[in-house]
Design a protein around this ligand. Sequence first.
Ligand SMILES: Nc1ncnc2c1ncn2[C@@H]1O[C@H](COP(=O)(O)OP(=O)(O)OP(=O)(O)O)[C@@H](O)[C@H]1O
Ligand SMILES: [Mg+2]
Length: 392
Amino acid sequence: MSEKKRVLVVDDELNIRRILEAAFDRHGWHAAVAANADEALGMLEAGSFDCVLTDVTMPGMNGYELQNQIHVRWPETPVVIMTAFGTIPQAVQAIRDGAFEFVTKPFDLEALKRVLSAAMDETVGAKAKRPAKFIPKRTTFIAESPAMREVFETLEQIADSRATVLVTGESGTGKEVVAKLIHELSPRGGEAFVAVSCAALPETLLESELFGYEKGAFTGAHGSKPGRFELADKGTLFLDEIGDIPPAIQVKLLRVLQEREFERLGATKPTRVDVRLVTATNRDLNRAVEDGTFRLDLLYRLQVVELHLPPLRERTEDIVPLAEHFLARSSKENGRTLRLIGSDALSLMMGYNWPGNVRELENTMERAVVLAPKDEEVLSARLLPRNLQRAA
Ligand SMILES: Nc1ncnc2c1ncn2[C@@H]1O[C@H](COP(=O)(O)OP(=O)(O)OP(=O)(O)O)[C@@H](O)[C@H]1O
Ligand SMILES: [Mg+2]
């Protein structure tokens, strides 16, 4: 029996089938070809494949419908979709529906082979990787308002996929909390969660932080150092303030997302990683794309799932449960008893617009706890900061 990986190529264009079949055979895989989806399904029934690469537009059933059927009937078989650049939004939807990846036509053959290798590696890894033990979640996430319940439901749904997630929302709305929660609820929960703030570092430093470097890569590189991507291997990498990354790093990021590999600075050989990427921004990335400061193809890859966290003033149902949670936590830490919210404080808090969102509420509650008399149980209006009293 041959140990060769079996790849099924589905495309209605004879030329593409020929080119890919020859290229994959040369690469040491066994390639089979089908001219349409029905033929492909027949071949999948007849024998198993390690990966399917399919075109989208074909007579009869299209590539997305084929992907959906494969996902249901052979869930372990990864599907990579070939699409034209103009139809990326549909391809992104296919990833949400379970496709492994998409490549845009015309494609670079070497890159395509790397994507398929990654697809086949990952399914082997994914089966072995599911943790046997339950990993308790550590992050408290309060979500009472309909908007936040919806966020939480989506989050639970997508946690165990490898889809990238873009978390958007004003400062202090809980973007990092959401990123941690995705990690903890995923099969990667027992592995590393690595966070990088992209705005905090100048370009060259950011690049070496993310991708690492080899000895002698630049003046002062006396040894080699792994980057955050390597540190997050098998886990989750959280890139905060993604809207601030410079163009050169955007290109590198795009490549890691597509091919799961990159080079350390000064390295000649690529490094392979299996990282789930979650990013966050309080900027409007669509505007950044229009301005020409952010790549559209990268944005598509980053926002396979987008979670928007509304500002606190638009989800007032969360104010009391969050406040009570912060009061209880802070009282416990400080050996105090403050835990209830008085009606005068409540009306001020409900009427206030919380420009600093949940973080401001957290700080406000911590401040009240330390200012309150030792055995006070009820938060009264006079324990709230003056600016809040005036604004409300
Ligand atoms: N839903 C929530 N439940 C419990 N705590 C929360 C929730 N949302 C936010 N917090 C708390 O509020 C604080 C701010 O949250 P976080 O740091 O995630 O915000 P952010 O959106 O990343 O802000 P920034 O844009 O300023 O980085 C944190 O201390 C976090 O623990
Ligand atoms: Mg943050």
